[in-house]
Each structure stands twice: as structure tokens, then as C-alpha cells.
Design a protein around this ligand. Structure first.
Ligand code: TRP
Ligand code: SF4
Length: 400
């Protein structure tokens, strides 16, 4: 069967907060039950912007893994690993750099944006310019077809597809490809061969993705094909040569609407976060001191939830009943703000409780995390090295 393979990376930037949980991790946790998932700490990516502050990387990676595990990312479902422990990413990045037009990188919207945003840093480096290609290598080396990312990263996935296409075009052609592909179709046998041809036509003429998926499954399930014929048939569906690198799709993660303590989006740079494993006293204090509708100066002044950051948290955490109670109580001055905040405090603490418990287990026994990562790195390397074998061979770098 054709299995979807999901891959995503996160830069290690210190303790994760509830915005990461609601925006990214909940999504990963759902995906890990539906597909084969690879999630990694993008430590080389951190170097592209923080090459002068390397001391933070290692502890950030460690904290980030504990946060993932605490949130419910399950190492028996998903492969968890560290980018720099799988050197195949670097090898593929180097080889792809040979065929990557500079203009494609220079035109990447994140290139200028980030340079402006981080104006205090000198980002006119080779590594920073090439970071979308490193990301492309991260994805292609696993032949991942689904990549959960935020909107800002979608151009990187599109770029990755273009690189894969260029690679396949340059190196996927073998002499007599068409004839060999036709011969491989005949080996499928009458009925399946006919179906394959139909699906290929449907995909090529109408761009029908279901036809593509079904044709792939059909090829995948054919028992009597050699590895080479199988690859040819995969490639032939899409027209070109052998499909050595497969083109990924982005799986757009809805922009996190998780509000921070001041009503803006929760973000470390706004200093308005609650961290994933923040202790209960601190969570309570932070929410109790949150600003509310500025018009409610006294307890007897009625308020308007639409002007209150606490209300946004009710929208994330409260049931309809609680929301109605808060909204009516606010407008009629029937409840005080501290009263209104209590169900939010309770809900955040309840959400964090199982996370605290899981984290405690991993913090008590650091070898657990070490073993999970060692195991994940090994699994990742197995997949990545298989791709690299094909890549080297296609590029004429297989020395006997
Ligand atoms: N560039 C991504 C970010 O800054 C992180 C990342 C690196 C990534 N490699 C990846 C995401 C591969 C998805 C797939 O958020
Ligand atoms: Fe905000 Fe609730 Fe106070 Fe109204 S009662 S201002 S919604 S905290």
C-alpha cells in the first residue's frame, strides 16, 4: 500500500509555550495516528541565524524533546530525531546545491523578510541564503509527501518540489526509458496494465490526484516487478523519467489563533506566553494579573468581552455554558474579573496536568529521552541512506 509519510521539523528555540501546543503539536499528535511520521529538531537550521550563540542549542533541543513528549507526541508512533545526527541531510543539501539556481533562493520571500526582521544580525551568509534548500533536503531525503508547515513556509515546500522536479529531470532519465516503461506496463498483466494506462492518462490530462494515488498503489502492490521497473512505472505516471526524489505537498497548519496574556498572538517575542510546563502558581498569577476590558475600572462597571484579552482565552478553553455565564456576567457587572478568570485558570491547569506528569517521567530518567532519540536517529538514517544510495547512483557517484 502507498503510505503517506509526514515530515516536519522545529527549530530549537527554548521552552515551548501553549501557542506551540495549540498551533503545531496538537496537529502532530493527530497526524501520528494517521500516517507514518518523522519529527525532528532542526538544529542546523538554528545555526543559520544563531551561529554566534551555539551554547543554547543543545539544552534547547533537550527541552524541546521533553516538551514534545509531554504534549503527547508518542515515540512508538512517530520517529523523533535530531537533524545533525543524520548527516545524509547535509550530503543531499550539498548535491542539490549544484543544481539550485541562485535566483530561486534570492527570490524566496523569507530571505529578505528575515534579514529585515533580524537586522541586528549579519545574515549575508552562504548558510542563511541556502537554508530553504537545507529544508528541501530535510524533506526529500525521506521522500516525505506531506509536510505540515505554517503559511510562511509554503514557498519553501513549493521550492522543494521544483528542486525535486529539476533533479528527476536531470538525473532520472535513462537511455530507452519509454521502451523500458512500456515493457514494465506489460509485466503488470492485462487488467492491471489497462487500469494503469487509464489512470496515467487521467492524471496527465486532468491532474487528478486520486488517479495518481491509485496508480501508485497499483504499482506498489504488483508482486512480480523488479525494483527498477517499479521505479520506472512510478516515474512514467508523471511523465518524466524515473522518479528518484518525490515531490512533497504542504499540509497547511492553520495559523495559531492562540491568544497570549495581552490579547495579541502568543509569541516569545511579545513576552506574553505561558510555557507548556509552567508551574501552577505561575500560571495562576499570570492569568490573575492579565489586563481586562479597560472600561471596567471598578467591580460595578459593566464590561465588554470583545475588548478583553481574557475573553479570547474563554474562546479557546470554555464550554458554551461557561462562555455565556462570563459574557452575561461581564456585561451586567454581575461577576468580577477574578471570578471570570477562574474557569480559564482551571482549564489551563487541567490541560497541563497530564503534560506535567509525562514530563516528570522523562525528567526523572534522562536516559529515556536519550534512548528515544538514539532509536529515532537510527530509524531516520535507515530511510535517508536508502534515498542517498539512489541519489548517488543517479548522479554517477557510485564507486565500486
Ligand atoms: N524551516 C522551518 C521553520 O523555520 C523548520 C524546518 C526545517 C522544517 N526543516 C523542515 C519544517 C522540514 C518542515 C520540514 O519553522
Ligand atoms: Fe474580561 Fe471577564 Fe472581566 Fe469581562 S468580566 S472584562 S470578560 S475578565
Amino acid at each position: 500500500m502507498f503510505v503517506d509519510r509526514v515530515l516536519s521539523g522545529m527549530r530549537p528555540t527554548g521552552a515551548l509555550h501553549l501557542g506551540h501546543y495549540h498551533g503545531v503539536l496538537k496537529n502532530w499528535i493527530r497526524l501520528q495516528h494517521e500516517h507514518q511520521c518523522f519529527f525532528f529538531a532542526a538544529d542546523w537550521h538554528a545555526l543559520t541565524t544563531h551561529y554566534d550563540a551555539t551554547a543554547q542549542i543543545e539544552p534547547s533541543v533537550r527541552d524541546m524533546f521533553v516538551d514534545w513528549l509531554a504534549a503527547g507526541v508518542d515515540p512508538s508512533q512517530a520517529v523523533l530525531f535530531i537533524q545533525s545526527r543524520v548527516p545524509e541531510h547535509a550530503e543531499l543539501h550539498l548535491l542539490l546545491s549544484m543544481i539550485t539556481p541562485l535566483g530561486w533562493l534570492e527570490r524566496m520571500p523569507t530571505y529578505k523578510d528575515q534579514q529585515e526582521k533580524l537586522a541586528e544580525k549579519d545574515l549575508s551568509t552562504y548558510g542563511f541564503l541556502g537554508y530553504p534548500l537545507l529544508q528541501g533536503a530535510d524533506i526529500l531525503v525521506y521522500r516525505a509527501n506531506l509536510v505540515p508547515v505554517g503559511e510562511d513556509q509554503v514557498p519553501h515546500i513549493e521550492f522543494t518540489r521544483e528542486i525535486a522536479r529539476r533533479f528527476n529531470h536531470l538525473y532520472g532519465r535513462e537511455p530507452g526509458f519509454e521502451e523500458k516503461a512500456e515493457a514494465a506496463i506489460r509485466k503488470l498483466g492485462g487488467k492491471r496494465a489497462k487500469r494503469y494506462v487509464e489512470l496515467r492518462t487521467r492524471y496527465q490530462e486532468q491532474g487528478d490526484d486520486d488517479a495518481l494515488a491509485e496508480a501508485r498503489t497499483l504499482v506498489e502492490e504488483a508482486q512480480n516487478l523488479s525494483m527498477g521497473d517499479r521505479e520506472r512505472l512510478f516515474g512514467f505516471i508523471e511523465g518524466g523519467g524515473k522518479m528518484i526524489l518525490s515531490e512533497p505537498q504542504s499540509l497547511l497548519t492553520e495559523a495559531s489563533r492562540m491568544p497570549g496574556l495581552d490579547g495579541q498572538k502568543m509569541s516569545k517575542s511579545y513576552n506574553n506566553t505561558i510555557s507548556l510546563r509552567e508551574d501552577a502558581d505561575s500560571v495562576t498569577r499570570k492569568i490573575r494579573t492579565m489586563p481586562t476590558d479597560p472600561a471596567r475600572v471598578r467591580r460595578t462597571d459593566p464590561g465588554d468581552p470583545a475588548r478583553c484579552p481574557v475573553w479570547k482565552l474563554h474562546e479557546v478553553y470554555s464550554t458554551d455554558g461557561v462562555r455565556q455565564w462570563a459574557s452575561e456576567g461581564c456585561r451586567s457587572a454581575g461577576i468580577g474579573c477574578l471570578e471570570c478568570k477562574q474557569p480559564v485558570i482551571d482549564a489551563v491547569l487541567a490541560e497541563q496536568k497530564p503534560m506535567q506528569e509525562r514530563a516528570a517521567m522523562y525528567l526523572d530518567d534522562p536516559t529515556l529521552v536519550r534512548n528515544i532519540i538514539a532509536d529515532g536517529c537510527e530509524k531516520a538514517r535507515d530511510v535517508a541512506s536508502e534515498t542517498m544510495r539512489d541519489v548517488r547512483e543517479a548522479m554517477g557517484l557510485r564507486y565500486a
